[in-house]
Design a protein around this ligand. Structure first.
Ligand SMILES: Cc1ncc(COP(=O)(O)O)c(C=O)c1O
Length: 395
């Protein structure tokens, strides 16, 4: 469970204990959202809430962006679905756009549906290419809930993994521990999987030096380097990918969330050496690369580029760093719009107070981090609104 306030079996409106039929596995914020526009949510009881959380980092263009809506509507009218068994120009265009947006020479794209699924496929490719059976992951990393993605997620086994055993050998590298890289990444390691800026851990920027050391060790022992940019990719750091920001190129990148900005989709980008191992039927999916997802992906990249949103992310993130260390906030961390506000008091308290003042923010596994994952379209006035509320909160 992520960034939540109260576990509940009822709807989050304060309407009482009305029982619904949804699996009771999610804690919920005490609001019920009925509509949204731009960076604001409207609740059933008429509140207008500034959304700095974006549905776990998904709503990168905010809500109701005309280009996003138009792309989806146009494609729905044209052809709403065909699988990869049928050639479609919109799919080829989406892959072209994504490869050039990334610009790192990871020139083959496999589109799937969720972050976990992209990671499963990345790990599968690493096993295939290397013929090895060990994965090194990072302390604090989160990679998803499926068998393989959960196996490489820090702490999952003790908390929620649920499968009787992990499907391969996994060990964890200490965050920032250079000696630990040498210990954990060896000639039996198929891949290192890492979020360059860890999301759920609390916007933890692993830094150029550490990522470069991972790259160097992978080269030395013949292991693949996988960047899980499901949360930090697609512009969230203010660069196309964190890989661009650090100047460290992995063998594979997985991405999702902002990729569809609300339409469920994900992608695995592969370098030529890995893509060269692909054969017919090596990977598969029914829904992945559906035309509606592809139309949206194209539109999202178009909007990020034409509206100069990477520059906006960098500028507004600078403003947050400059103006929001106030009230209970004693510092900031992370990169771009994967931003952690370090709080003197428990972050959950601050999160609840912000929500009472109509600002939605997240938390993280670090109990003193309020996590901000706003839309890339956020403006200075919204930053000022956050700063003003934080300044009013008890330190
Ligand atoms: C870094 C990272 N990887 C993987 C995932 C899993 O993505 P999904 O929930 O779409 O399977 C998440 C989700 O929060 C994530 O933040």
């Amino acid at each position: 469970m992520k960034s939540s306030l109260t576990p509940t079996l009822s709807r989050g409106t304060g309407e009482g204990v009305e029982r619904d039929h949804l699996a009771p596995v999610f804690a919920q914020f005490p609001i019920e959202v009925v509509s949204a526009e731009g960076v604001y949510l409207t609740t059933r009881d008429g509140r207008r809430i500034l959304d700095l959380y974006g549905g776990h980092a998904v709503a990168a263009l905010g809500y109701g962006h005309p280009r996003w809506l138009e792309a989806l509507e146009r494609q729905a009218h044209r052809v709403l679905f065909q699988t990869n068994a049928v050639a479609m120009e919109v799919r080829t265009r989406a892959a072209d756009r994504l490869v050039s947006f990334c610009g790192l020479g990871l020139d083959t794209v496999f589109f799937v549906n969720s972050g976990a699924e992209a990671n499963e496929n990345a790990l599968k490719m690493a096993f295939k290419v290397t013929g090895r059976s060990h994965i090194a992951a990072l302390e604090g990393g989160f990679h998803g809930r499926t068998a393989a993605a959960g196996a490489v997620t820090w702490g999952a086994k003790d908390k929620w993994y649920g499968f009787p055993r992990t499907p391969f050998d996994v060990s964890f590298i200490a965050r920032g521990g250079f000696a630990s890289i040498t210990e954990q990444v060896t000639r039996r390691t198929a891949a290192v999987i890492v979020e360059p800026v860890q999301g759920l851990a609390g916007a933890v920027d692993l830094g150029r030096e550490f990522l470069a050391a991972l790259r160097a060790r992978c080269n030395e022992v013949g292991a693949m380097l996988i960047f899980d940019e499901v949360q930090c990719g697609m512009g969230r750091t203010g660069q196309p990918f964190a890989a661009n920001m650090y100047g460290v190129t992995p063998d594979m990148i997985t991405t999702a969330k902002a990729l569809g900005s609300g339409f469920p989709c994900s992608a695995l980008l592969l370098c030529d050496a890995v893509a060269g191992e692909l054969k017919l039927d090596a990977l598969g999916t029914t829904f992945g690369a559906g035309p509606m997802a592809c139309a949206v992906i194209e539109a999202v990249i178009d909007v990020i580029e034409s509206e100069n949103l990477l520059a906006n992310v960098r500028a507004r993130a600078d403003e947050i760093r400059a103006s929001c260390v106030t009230g209970p906030v004693i510092g900031t961390q992370g990169a771009g719009f994967l931003m952690g506000l370090r709080t003197r008091r428990p972050a959950k308290e601050v999160q609840a107070e912000l929500l009472r003042h109509d600002i939605l923010a997240g938390t993280a596994s670090d109990p003193n981090i309020v996590r901000l994952l706003p839309a890339f379209t956020l403006g200075s006035t919204h930053v000022a609104q956050l700063a003003a509320i934080l300044a009013k909160l008890p330190p």
